[in-house]
Design a protein around this ligand. Structure first.
Ligand code: C2E
Ligand code: CA
Ligand code: CA
Ligand code: CA
Length: 278
């Protein structure tokens, strides 16, 4: 038993050591990728199902590997957050998204552009100053920009979060509560914070057709949004059955693979031109 215990210990420590190495390699790669402009912003349309028009888009970052393949954010955002690299990475995404929002506006498209803001970015002391700088550089109209934040932010220092929300509001930015219903949901939060949009999480949409409970949760979220005059959007819409069920419950704006995956800018622009000219 003793030697088995020791073996197990050796096994674990080797495991941890290799994880640490992997971690360091990935961190170094992230730093390189930032320097080499290897991050690309993809855009996924948000559709009003009543007329099929694109009413908005979500900016989602991708990491282009030397072989051309793409790495999704789930495998590098957590590390970027841990190491603080999310600050320069997030700035890069914001700058591209703001610039693009301003270009679309000049081209005559009426498009809201959503960006994801992680708690680490939001808590950075320089957050507001950075936004102001990018607004100045891109000339974007702040009301075109929607910041997608998650409920995890709301359990932080309430005073501070509230004062940043107020500052964002003053500037005209919109705020969306992403992944709604999956975090530390507390209804008094949404009563007290100035949100514009509730985003129904894709996990509820994924399960809704086979689960009455998930359907009831979606119905409750929709009623809540209507009662508070919040805009509503469902994400992870993958099938026509999802579209029909959500629409029957009163949701009009949707995002998901049924309409389009996140696209490189050029592809998104083609979709945009085609859709609007319909
Ligand atoms: P999220 O904000 O909840 O984004 C939605 C995710 O669902 C995206 O994954 C999107 O590609 C995916 N998705 C869209 N439609 C469907 C669908 O119909 N079915 C399914 N199964 N998935 C769908 P993605 O792009 O891999 O991003 C993952 C997460 O990484 C995001 O979750 C967001 O939290 C974070 N993220 C992405 N880009 C950024 C960024 O620029 N900054 C920050 N801070 N976080 C980001
Ligand atoms: Ca999001
Ligand atoms: Ca989400
Ligand atoms: Ca999510």
């Amino acid at each position: 038993a003793k030697s088995a215990g020791r073996k197990q210990f050796l096994f674990y420590s080797a495991d941890i050591e290799s994880k640490l190495q992997l971690h360091r390699m990935l961190e170094a790669n992230l730093v390189d990728a930032l320097a080499n402009k290897a991050f690309e912003v993809f855009y996924q349309p948000k559709i009003n199902v009543l007329d099929g028009k694109i009413v908005g888009t979500e900016a989602l970052v991708r990491w282009r590997q030397p072989d051309g393949s793409l790495t999704n954010p789930a495998s590098f955002i957590p590390l970027a957050e841990e190491t603080g690299l999310i600050i320069p990475l997030g700035k890069l995404v914001l700058a591209q998204a703001f610039k693009q929002a301003s270009v679309w506006q000049q081209q005559g498209f009426d498009l809201r552009v959503a960006v994801n803001i992680s708690v680490v970015q939001f808590e950075d002391d320089n957050f507001l100053a950075m936004l102001d700088e990018i607004v100045r550089e891109t000339g974007v109209t702040a009301s075109l920009i929607e910041m997608e934040i998650t409920e995890s932010l709301l359990v932080k220092d309430v005073e501070r979060v509230n004062s940043i929300f107020a500052a964002l509001n003053t500037r005209g930015f919109r705020i969306a509560l992403d992944d709604f219903g999956t975090g530390y949901s507390n209804l008094s939060y949404i009563k007290n914070f100035p949100f514009d949009v509730l985003k129904i999480d894709q996990s509820f949409v994924r399960n809704m057709l086979g689960s009455q409970v998930d359907q009831n949760i979606i119905q409750a979220i929709i009623q809540l949004a209507q009662g508070m005059n919040l805009r509503l959007i469902a994400e992870g819409v993958e099938t026509i059955e999802h579209v029909q069920a959500l629409q029957a419950m009163g949701c009009e704006v949707m995002q998901g693979f049924y309409y389009s995956p996140p696209l490189p800018l050029a592809d998104f622009n083609r979709l945009l031109t085609r859709r609007i000219s319909l």
